[in-house]
Design a protein around this ligand. Structure first.
Ligand code: FAD
Ligand code: MG
Length: 340
């Protein structure tokens, strides 16, 4: 079973280049936790007193606590879930309304594979419990009757969004776990774009990575793609220039094993069970974080045959690693991928 690691905050700085009349570039580094995952930041800035890493961490914590968490009663998603069954529905912030519109669009385009109303099934499987190591040695499969009941309370076709008024039927629950980190990347991008002193950055929010600007030595950003069969190694590296969002969904991220079978955290809405498309890992490269994160989850469930055209429709690149180690990728991805 995978353990969840708690990482203490580390802040390191280094000074780069000092050309005639040019401002010095400082590298700010930190490792923290937010959204139940590890946040790693490397920021290049001309401001020696920069508080960017702290401000970005606060931005992510705010996004979790005030907007997206289904676990914290301070968040808008929690309040919306609490309103399930209200005849008059609830009024969403413009931010959450836009996020849900985009989720519904990916739900439609993925023929229902990507579905943010899977909260009841995700809760029944107790995926957070696996992540925290609480179910070690005591895991049993959810009862069929309970799984059917939970699945009956899922389905984006049952929710309604009219302008900002949202109707969530009784017993249903939103879970934005499949896009939260990507939305985090989009908010970080807004922050970086608004700060002229920042010349480059590479920031990882769990399995989702943002690259921005350039390094002082002008070399490319390198983003490793984990080998699902040996998570201590990479199958290859993406070599990227400028701004990109990269998200990976894998069956090795959160899972539990029972009688030699691995049960992971990416659920097929058609069955209520972990998706079984023969895929072990999917990496999506896109210009925005919502898309890279939503599509990596959707493509994991759909597999290459349906996932490849889905990514193409959104102008994103995709790479699949199958359970037998085979690697398949879109034509555009080949420009960036280098085998290890
Ligand atoms: P992804 O493939 O991006 O998403 C998988 C997740 O999406 C699943 O875990 C499930 O929640 C959901 N999902 C499963 N199947 C589908 C589907 N078919 N369609 C749509 N969604 C699906 N984890 C904790 O243990 N403790 C916490 O306190 C905690 N807080 C969080 C707060 C926020 C705001 C967010 C966004 C996540 C939080 N998490 C927490 C979850 C944790 O970070 C997960 O690892 C993460 O959401 C899963 O991301 P992934 O990239 O591994 O997988
Ligand atoms: Mg995702």
């Amino acid at each position: 079973m995978k353990k969840f690691f708690v990482v203490a905050t580390v802040c390191l700085t280094a000074v780069f280049c000092c050309g005639c009349g040019e401002k010095q570039t400082h590298k700010m580094q930190s490792v923290d936790t937010a959204m139940g995952t590890v946040i790693q930041q490397n920021i290049y800035t001309t401001d020696s007193g920069s508080k960017d890493t702290e401000e970005i961490l606060a931005l992510l914590s705010g996004l979790e606590e005030q907007e997206l968490s289904r676990r914290l009663d301070t968040s808008e998603v929690w309040k919306v879930n609490d309103s399930a069954g209200w005849e008059e529905g609830s009024m969403l912030s413009s931010e959450l309304a836009e996020i849900l519109e985009r989720c519904l669009n990916v739900w439609q385009q993925s023929e229902g594979a990507f579905d943010v109303t899977l909260g009841p099934v995700v809760s029944l499987w107790d995926i957070d419990g696996w992540a925290a190591g609480e179910r070690e040695g005591s895991f049993s499969l959810p009862e069929d009757r309970l799984l059917r009941d939970a699945l009956g309370r899922c389905g984006s076709g049952k929710i309604q969004l009219k302008d900002r008024r949202f109707f969530l039927p009784e017993g249903m629950m939103l879970d934005l776990g499949a896009v939260g980190k990507g939305i985090g990347l989009d908010r970080i991008l807004d922050y970086l774009e608004g700060n002229e002193e920042i010349t480059g950055a590479i920031i990882s929010v769990g399995g989702s990575v943002l690259t921005f600007g350039e390094k002082p030595d002008e070399s490319t950003w390198k983003v490793g793609i984990t080998n699902p069969a040996d998570t201590s190694a990479n199958i290859g590296v993406l070599s990227l220039e400028g701004q990109w969002c990269i998200s990976t969904s894998g069956d090795y991220e959160r899972y539990v094993e029972l009688d030699g079978v691995r049960y992971h955290h990416i659920i097929d809405p058609a069955t209520g069970y972990p998706a079984d498309s023969g895929v072990s890992g999917v990496t999506v490269l896109a210009k925005d974080g919502f898309l890279s994160d939503a599509l990596s989850t959707a493509c994991f469930i759909l597999g290459p045959e349906k996932g490849m055209p889905l990514a193409e429709r959104y102008g994103a690149e995709v790479l699949f690693v199958s359970r037998d180690g085979r690697v398949q990728m879109s034509e555009g991805m080949k420009k960036y991928f280098h085998k290890s």
